[in-house]
Design a protein around this ligand. Structure first.
Ligand SMILES: [Zn+2]
Length: 163
């Protein structure tokens, strides 16, 4: 009797495991081939609003730039701020979003917006990698976490897109 019960439990557990794996597979498959999940989109939009509100508060205007989510990134960069022909755009790496959505929302959006703001303010220097003291101050004011350290020094692009 006890043995039978154990067998049933095992079968049920196996079925649950298969369902769980299938669901995981489906989710990552869907993520790869379709747009990002709405939950991520909403979090990004919400964070951008917060960043722009903070910009309004500290700098007197909200400088909104196109925020583009793309899977065309090469390598492991989280985000990019691109300045081309007088236009500033921010790109977020879709490929690392699933594993790093919290980091994207908490740190990367404010980080890249601080770069955008530097372009807007004319604080552009070809001699630095873009992470100046002014940039750091802006990053903090825009609500960024981890403005002291940055993962990549090559996230500011002037001119042609790297992809
Ligand atoms: Zn940066």
């Amino acid at each position: 009797m006890f043995k039978k019960k154990l067998e049933y439990s095992f079968i049920i557990l196996s079925i649950l495991a298969v369902i769980y794996l299938a669901k995981n597979y489906y989710e990552s498959y869907q993520f790869k081939h379709n747009d990002i999940p709405n939950e991520y989109k909403n979090r990004i939009i919400q964070k951008e609003k917060e960043v722009l509100n903070l910009m309004q508060k500290h700098y007197g205007y909200a400088y909104k730039v196109p925020l583009i989510i793309t899977d065309k990134f090469k390598g492991r960069l989280y985000g990019l701020c691109v300045y081309k022909d007088g236009e500033v755009s921010i790109y977020l790496n879709k490929k690392v979003m699933q594993e790093s959505i919290d980091y994207m929302v908490d740190s990367v959006i404010a980080h890249e917006y601080a770069h955008a703001l530097m372009f807007k303010l004319g604080h552009i220097s070809k001699n630095t990698d873009g992470h100046s003291a002014q940039w750091r101050e802006a990053c903090v004011k825009l609500g960024g976490i981890n403005c002291g350290k940055y993962v990549s020094k090559e996230d500011v692009i002037m001119g042609k897109l790297p992809f």
